[in-house]
Ligand binder design. Structure first.
Ligand SMILES: [Zn+2]
Length: 417
């Protein structure tokens, strides 16, 4: 990246590339434009692939639930009325006594309801339930900032219910997944073990056990790790992943947390081999943390030049003159059929202006179609040549449409950086 250029923040890039914006009608909650939604959906697809491969089962739980649930989980006492959206609602016309509801600020308590849906056996453990959940948190208006600090967020969440002797493997697998994931984006990463805070739930004995398990997993994986003393969740210790972006800024994104408290608060059990009821442990984990914050960080990290697989538009076709429009349209159809996100710039602007605009929009590839390209065509469109340029201003010269299609498809499939 060219460090001499002034850096843009994600809000500016979001406006210029028409990705997302916020409006005063919904402070702290983003509006996603079609191009931004492409990025959101690609990440969603990727995280679904990873979790499915790792044996997770996807679920979904209600956004609005009775506040009582958060009192039982302990969140109410910790986050309380000030950080949650609470509503007093009368459900039935003949029952005027209002009921207290909350918009969920996290998915965990509701995940325990999924677990309790029916009696569980040791055979089902580890039970890995994932949820891409929409959450609401009452951030102060002065602290709300674009996509970095929002009041409505989408989390790539999961809760794993496991027997105690399964903790090590589960935590290790999650750490592997995190490493794979963050490498893909070219981030530097570091792990931090966050230990028991002053105000906490659960017995010291459980805290000792949980902290030891996490430290063990880090050690056996030989992962570089620092400590965050006293920074654990109120229900258990956690390992946070801190990443460094292209501007050397540090962010805390991924987290894996061990929780002995909520299984107790919700009286979760499974029937073990010996026929006796035992308490599972709950492991909370998120890979991005929140889609919103992660997309903000990616946008600034790449300064809008997303890798091809994430780019809202992957190829722009630039016919030089009107007589090249028809050929450009045929190339457009071929690329679209090949699953490539392509746009045809058929404005009556000069070629230079079109190249400039596509470069500003950070589209990875520009295909120029003019007389030379028309002459090279035989009877089959795929054999015809196109002139290819990149957003970095590199001229890749002429190549056949078949070869170009393969090149772009490979970048997409391999999620090349
Ligand atoms: Zn959780």
């Amino acid at each position: 990246m060219d460090k001499s250029k002034p850096l843009k923040d994600h809000k500016q890039i979001g406006q210029e590339q028409e990705l997302f914006f916020t409006d005063e009608v919904a402070p702290g909650a983003p509006f996603w434009l079609p191009r931004g939604m492409v990025i959101f959906k690609e990440l969603e697809k990727y995280i679904r692939e990873l979790t499915e491969k790792a044996g997770y089962l996807e679920t979904s739980t209600p956004i609005m639930v009775k506040s009582q649930l958060f009192k039982q989980s302990g969140h109410w006492e910790k986050f309380g009325e000030h950080n949650m959206y609470n509503l007093q609602l009368s459900d039935e016309q003949d029952d005027l006594k209002p009921i207290s509801y909350a918009l969920k600020p996290m998915n965990c308590p509701e995940s325990t309801i999924l677990y309790r849906f029916r009696p569980r056996s040791y055979r089902e453990l580890p039970l890995r339930l994932s949820e891409i959940g929409r959450l609401h948190r009452r951030e102060k208006s002065g602290e709300v900032n674009g996509l970095l600090r929002v009041r409505q967020l989408t989390m790539d969440d999961a809760h794993i219910y496991a027997a105690e002797d399964q903790i090590f493997d589960e935590v290790s697998n999650i750490l592997d997944m995190m490493v794979d994931f963050y490498k893909k984006f070219g981030f530097e990463y570091e792990f931090r073990l966050a230990t028991r805070p002053e105000v906490r739930a659960g017995s010291d004995e459980n805290w000792d056990k949980a902290e030891k398990k996490l430290a063990e997993a880090l050690k056996k994986k030989s992962l570089k790790a620092g400590d965050k003393l006293g920074d654990g969740a109120f229900y258990g210790p956690k390992i946070d992943v801190h990443i460094k972006d292209a501007q050397d800024r540090e962010w805390q994104l991924a987290t894996v947390q061990l929780d002995f408290h909520q299984p107790e608060a919700f009286n979760l059990a499974y029937v073990d081999k010996d026929g006796r009821e035992k308490r599972p442990v709950m492991i909370h984990r998120a890979i991005f943390g929140s889609f919103e914050r992660f997309i903000a960080i990616l946008t600034e990290h790449y300064q809008g030049a997303f890798p091809t697989w994430l780019s809202p538009v992957q190829v722009v076709l630039i016919p030089i003159a009107d007589r090249h429009q028809e050929a450009a349209k045929e190339v457009y159809n071929e690329l679209q059929k090949a699953g490539i996100r392509v746009e045809l710039d058929n404005r009556s602007e000069s070629m230079q202006a079109k190249i400039r605009d596509a470069t500003l929009q950070k589209v990875p590839f520009m295909d120029i179609i003019g007389d030379r390209e028309l002459e090279s065509r035989g009877s089959k469109i795929e054999d015809g040549k196109i002139s290819v340029r990149t957003r970095e201003g590199k001229d890749l010269g002429q190549m056949s449409l078949t070869k170009f299609t393969q090149k772009v498809q490979e970048e997409i499939e391999k999620k090349l950086p």
